[in-house]
Design a protein around this ligand. Structure first.
Ligand code: KG4
Ligand code: ZN
Length: 347
């Protein structure tokens, strides 16, 4: 089928979203967020998020269809995030999507949300070249993937051994007193700070550990180092140079992610690096990846900010890939998988 039309539905965490993609063209994109309802708890409360999904599901899907000037009858397939994510949240989106598929007699694909984060780059940059490398940086994942054949064959080249980049930012942000989610606050402050003000460890880049884990990441060391430094300064009664702390943390994370990604590209002979995940909205990471890409002759494809954070377009785009590749739809009773592995693209 050429230029399939897919309705994508997302409900893994605190965004309820629906979008319609035709081929590589985004026809509508609706996102409702319950983020503000969680801010005062310092993190996403699954029960609150699930209820918000139940309320926003029908309005989001209706608006996505209306904005694209379509009805359900016009779509060729429905795609929905089946994992990884919060079980209660996934259940709302998947149940809703199954009901729509059954009512309109459409094929349904339960897709991997994280793979959606890299799939979405196709809306801006076109199809993946074969045998390409991808860097996933989200709240829960920091991984390098070898995408041999999208969406049929994806392997994990490296992954974080402890915290994900977004998690590390969120934890330091809490220490600095920023509200949840802290990542964007660190980003903002880092823009005014000195990235070399504080010495932070470059986990898994040097020595034996670096050689043993050329493509793996570790961010808990930098988190601890920054935390100790801040506590030391506080104990000594000195004022914390927040901008410098943020800039040093951001530079360390971005540099490490960039170096490992470039080394991976070289190893796998890829002159393209696909980037995706909520953390790819980070300006220090974006700048560093583009700079490294230019230096190494690698075409770095980072989604526009709006498509970095969770959305339905990423789900619909991956759905289009599955339809185009002739992959069989998911069984009508497919389950959710809150720990869906990165090598599994659909249920
Ligand atoms: O992909 P995502 O929306 O959720 C998951 O699927 O995990 O990623 C959310 C993560 C959070 O840790 C958030 O703090 C981080 O992305 N984030 C940022 C920025 N925007 C979002 N981190 C740093 N700088 C940003 N501008
Ligand atoms: Zn996400």
């Amino acid at each position: 089928m050429s230029e399939p039309i897919v309705l994508g539905i997302e409900s893994t965490c605190d965004e309820t979203a629906a979008a319609i993609v035709r081929g590589r063209e985004l026809l509508s994109n609706v996102v409702a967020s319950s983020m503000e309802e969680h801010a005062r708890y310092g993190g996403v409360i699954p029960e609150i998020a699930s209820r918000a999904h139940a309320e926003a599901f029908v309005p989001c899907v209706s608006k996505a269809l209306a904005d694209a000037d379509m009805t359900l009858a016009d779509v060729d397939a429905i795609a929905v995030s089946a994992g990884p994510g919060l079980a209660g949240c996934l259940a709302v989106g998947v149940s809703g999507a199954k009901a729509l598929a059954w009512a309109a007699n459409k094929p349904i694909y339960g897709i991997n949300h994280v793979i959606g984060h890299i799939a979405v780059t196709q809306l801006q940059f076109g199809a993946f070249p074969p045998d390409t490398l991808a860097l996933i940086v989200s709240g829960g994942h920091t991984s390098l993937l070898h995408v041999e054949d999208m969406p049929r064959k994806i392997d994990v080249v490296g992954t974080t051994l402890d915290d994900a980049a977004g998690e590390c930012f969120d934890k330091v942000a809490r220490l600095l007193g920023f509200p949840y989610p802290g990542g964007p606050h660190i980003d903002r402050h880092a823009q005014h700070g000195d990235p070399h003000a504080i010495r932070v460890p470059q986990g898994l880049t040097q020595g034996k550990a670096g050689a043993a884990h050329p493509y793996d990441f570790s961010f808990s060391g930098v988190k601890t180092a920054v935390a100790r430094w801040v506590e030391g300064e506080q104990a000594a009664g000195r004022e914390i140079p927040v901008d410098d702390v943020c800039a040093s943390l951001a530079d360390s994370v971005a540099t490490r992610a960039g170096r490992k990604a470039m080394r991976g590209c070289e190893q796998y002979g890829s002159d393209t690096l696909i980037v995706g995940g909520g953390f790819s909205a980070n300006s220090q990471l974006r700048a560093k990846l583009l700079e490294f890409g230019e230096r190494h002759g690698v075409d770095v494809r980072i989604p526009q900010i709006k498509l970095c954070t969770d959305n339905g377009a990423m789900v619909a785009m991956l759905g289009v890939n599955l339809v185009e590749a002739g992959v069989a739809p998911s069984a009508p009773d497919f389950p959710i998988d809150s720990a869906m592995p990165l090598t599994q693209v659909s249920m």
